[in-house]
Design a protein around this ligand. Structure first.
Ligand code: NAD
Length: 267
């Protein structure tokens, strides 16, 4: 009897921010499901560690390669996507790389250079990924394709602890993804946003540190009483990448433990 096929068997996938929390967990699940994966990140040392980890935990993984890419630079993104032409072209891209800068604040205190940096990576980076994925899918005559863009629950509800550049950037990801979903639907290319809730990953945890008051201010709003785990996002991304979600297009796919539906108080 032949081995059961994975849910992403033979699909060529690109994951940006693959060396970090959600990106790395997603890479591991994609590898388990039979995808060929190009891991992209701005940090080469982190990429090397991530690749070693994926190979260790999924010894049966298909093709795995890494590429250094700053998603805010179009030439980097173009080179990343075009490098998959020799694999047969992109089937899935997870535009996941993003930052939340420590100096991001409210309308008065956010420095303009932090605003610009955040939009460059979180918005322009996603646009470049979408643009070059579409060009690759067309060039390689794909009949279907799946693009997943990481937004955030704050794009739906805003944050009471201001991080204005970040919130605006994630709102832009939602709006852009919805439009792309409709524009490319007849080509068979699907676009969905992932809206994670607050997670146990370095992006948020390093920023919160051991400041108990800062933590409590957030934790009181969690219906399930805890941060989410990166792997819980990765499971959603596998679904959106796979053909199981073939009629799911243009959604704001929320994985937040119910946070954005809650009205929770301390007492
Ligand atoms: P993380 O910081 O653990 O990982 C992000 C990865 O992106 C890192 O490996 C980093 O090196 C890489 N990166 C940063 N700038 C880059 C650039 N210019 N080009 C390429 N790679 C770059 O973060 P995470 O928590 O896994 O977040 C992933 C995505 O999820 C981000 O878009 C983030 O905004 C979003 N998100 C996170 C949370 C959370 O609570 N952690 C909540 C909602 C949304």
């Amino acid at each position: 009897m032949s081995a059961p096929k994975g849910r992403l068997q033979g699909k060529n996938a690109i994951i940006t921010g693959a060396a970090g929390g959600i990106g790395l967990e997603t890479t591991i699940l994609f590898a388990r499901e039979g995808a060929n994966i190009l891991l992209a990140d701005i940090s080469e040392p982190a990429l090397a560690k991530a690749l070693a980890k994926v190979k260790e935990v999924v010894p049966t993984a298909g093709r795995l390669e890494t590429i250094r890419c700053d998603v805010s630079k179009e030439a980097d993104v173009q080179a990343m996507v075009e490098s998959q032409d020799s694999w047969g072209g992109v089937d899935v891209i997870f535009n996941n790389a993003g930052i939340m800068h420590a100096d991001d604040a409210d309308a008065v205190d956010t420095p303009e250079k932090i605003w610009d940096l955040t939009q460059s990576i979180n918005v322009k980076g996603v646009w470049f990924g979408c643009k070059h994925a579409v060009l690759s899918m067309r060039r390689n005559k794909k009949k279907t394709g799946s693009v997943i863009n990481t937004a955030s629950f704050v794009a739906l509800m805003g944050a009471a602890t201001p991080q204005l550049a970040y919130t605006a950037s994630k709102g832009a990801v939602l709006a852009m993804t919805r439009e792309l979903a409709i524009v490319h639907a007849r080509e068979g290319f699907r676009f969905n946003s992932l809206c994670p809730g607050p997670l146990n990953t370095p992006l948020l945890q390093d920023w919160l540190g051991d400041d108990h008051a800062k933590r409590f201010r957030r934790e009181v709003h969690f219906p399930s009483g805890r941060f989410g785990e990166a792997i819980e996002q990765a499971h959603a991304v596998v679904f959106l990448a796979s053909d199981e979600s073939s009629f799911v297009n243009g959604t704001d796919f929320v994985v937040d433990g119910g946070l954005s539906k809650a009205y929770v108080t301390a007492e």
